[in-house]
Design a protein around this ligand. Sequence first.
Ligand code: ATP
Ligand code: MG
Length: 385
Amino acid sequence: MRKVLLIKYAEIGLKGKNRKEFEDILISNIRRSTGWDVSWRWGRIIANIDWEVEESSKIKRVFGVQNFSKAFVVDLDMEDIERAAVEISKLEVENGKRTFKVKAKRSQKKFEYGVYDINSIVGARILREFPELHVDVHNPEFTVNIEVKEKEAYVYSDKSRGPGGLPVGTGGKAILLLSGGIDSPVAGWYAMKRGVVVSALSFTSPPYTGKDTKKKLISLVERLKEFSGGRNIHLYLCPLTPVLEFLKDKAPSRYLLILQRRSMMRIAERLAKKIRVSAIYTGESIGQVASQTIENIAAIEETTTLPVIRPLAGLDKVEIVKKAEEIGSYEISIMPQVDVCSMFVPKNPVTKAKLSVVKEIEEELSEKLAKLEEESFAMIEKVIV
Ligand code: ATP
Ligand code: MG
């Protein structure tokens, strides 16, 4: 009888080759994130660790994990299974639980006892050991789960919820446009939740932004890295000041924001081609601020051919803040610092930009603008977090 952590993942929709890849990636993500000794066993992942709650909290950040339980691994022997079930029940009784049921599952036919036999034999044994307990099959205070596998059985009661989602590395690669604000780190979290490997791109405006800004961005990426399945995240810092100054000087102020964002998108697309990623994530939420009306989003997105994914599109600010607090990015995002491009943000931006007007303005500036964007792109600094 050995204590382990039994880790489960959702298998729905996973077939053949995809399934194997999913499992391999999930296992290496768990290994990298936790440093645990983990292995795959018949549709389950087993971590050979003690039941330290402290330690198991790391697993709560590995996407792809549905739930996990403190379990006993035992040989395929009825007496061993019963003893493990008694140990598990003892813990629950100590916690004041008084009703239970036994729920056995058998994925192989060689074991001499069927599910019904296991349930009744183990149930009777538990009742003998703990006269204060009663069976309640409909609404028990705890359930003793017994999974009979090929060469061993798992016995456990409680299940803790994992973060769900898909293992990072199973969902392609994207660039996350990361500002120092509250929203974009949350968008990065949602990207990773669906298995996407993100690289962050932040536009800075030196000399207005400096070391503090860089530090803040690195801290945000460090926080996101806790969810990356132990992978490094690349942070690209792109100084945009010449582009911003040129636009401020030459473009009508109401259209400034749209034009700035279009430049950012074009630079992001260039980077995407270079580092071979196929989408851009942003922290935009429909209607939150002037730049985020449907019309303006359309006018911004038109300049790139890459899909722009906005996981926060349908969330309210309070929901985003709540998620940021859960992730731990909120406290970093609200740190006072010169906001990344804030001194260039105009006071009265259009709320319904006309694409034809945008293109007309940009056309006039295009030659110089393309050159400045190229220069900004060439000055990108890469930080591996
Ligand atoms: P956030 O809280 O993420 O800063 P926001 O509510 O301030 O978002 P905007 O300023 O309109 O909204 O920015 C919308 C999105 O554009 C951001 O979520 C981010 O993805 C991207 N973005 C804005 N500024 C920058 C920047 N300086 N560098 C990189 N991406 C940026
Ligand atoms: Mg912002």
